[in-house]
Design a protein around this ligand. Structure first.
Ligand SMILES: C[S@@+](CC[C@H](N)C(=O)[O-])C[C@H]1O[C@@H](n2cnc3c(N)ncnc32)[C@H](O)[C@@H]1O
Length: 248
């Protein structure tokens, strides 16, 4: 049994994550190292653990393609991906990191949280104090965080700017994983339009903000509906959804 202190209020027992399983033990050793660098831990261990297992699945099943994260913040999810790829002996894949590296772009009216509260107010308040909502660090800060994992520098592709401007200018030929985490309708829609077609069948789609951000949910549902995508999005936790692409 593994006990994890998520924050001061919550301590959770994970009885299915076993110290005697060497892959689980590796995850538990890595988890505290990446935790300060990813927002996903605010909701517990489920999303990071699922991400780790998703990389294991991709490597062990030879799913071809690069790894993509849109919206990297401090780089913690990519750090976990990089550590998992090294653990499972596959450091040849490129990891694409898309971010403004300046914080969130301004949300639209439709970008509310699950209680209907609009994110514009938060964004505007931050701006009025000369702060940037969702800023996780400069590209050099995030590069240093990810390089500390030992992943080959030449396989890290940093793409700076709003995804609406940088994609599809720089995208992989094929991807084994899309981890979409820019929260808003516009960016999530743009990412799906240009990146879902390069996700290989058998590859993994993760929508980090499906539960929390109405815009991300709306974009995802619309893309799936309009393109008749046959995918089952499984609920990892209250926000994250994960599915495996079934067909080209
Ligand atoms: C929720 S955070 C990402 C969290 C991160 N994936 C993690 O595991 O902790 C959202 C990130 O998306 C970036 N972002 C928001 N809108 C963007 C856009 N339109 N284009 C590029 N990056 C964007 C922000 O700068 C921020 O770093």
């Amino acid at each position: 049994m593994v006990k994890v202190n998520i924050n001061k209020q919550v301590e959770v027992d994970y009885r299915d994550i076993r110290a005697e399983d060497p892959d689980d033990a590796f995850f538990m050793q890595v988890f505290p190292k990446i935790a300060p660098y990813t927002m996903t831990v605010e909701r517990g261990i489920e999303a990071p653990y699922q991400l780790y297992k998703a990389i294991q699945y991709i490597v062990q099943n030879g799913v071809p393609g690069d790894i993509v994260e849109c919206g990297v913040w401090r780089g913690g999810s990519v750090m976990l991906i990089a550590m998992a790829l090294q653990r499972f002996g596959d450091t040849g894949r490129k990891i694409y990191l898309y971010d403004t590296f300046e914080g969130m772009t301004r949300p639209e009216d439709r970008d509310t949280d699950w209680d209907g509260r609009n994110y514009q107010k938060t964004w505007d308040e931050a701006r009025s104090k000369n702060q940037s909502m969702g800023f996780g660090g400069t590209v050099d800060d995030v590069r240093a965080n990810v390089l500390a994992t030992g992943y080959p520098a030449e396989n890290l592709v940093f793409v700076k700017g709003p995804v609406e401007q940088t994609i599809p200018g720089v995208i992989p030929g094929e991807a084994a994983m899309l981890r979409l985490d820019t929260d808003w309708y516009s960016s999530t829609w743009h990412e799906l339009v240009h990146l879902f077609p390069v996700l290989t069948p058998g590859g993994i789609l993760i929508i980090d903000d499906y539960g929390w951000c109405e815009g991300a949910r709306e974009a995802t549902d619309k893309y799936i509906r309009e393109n008749r995508v046959r995918i089952f999005l499984s609920r990892v936790e209250e926000s994250v959804r994960l599915g495996v692409k079934t067909e080209a």
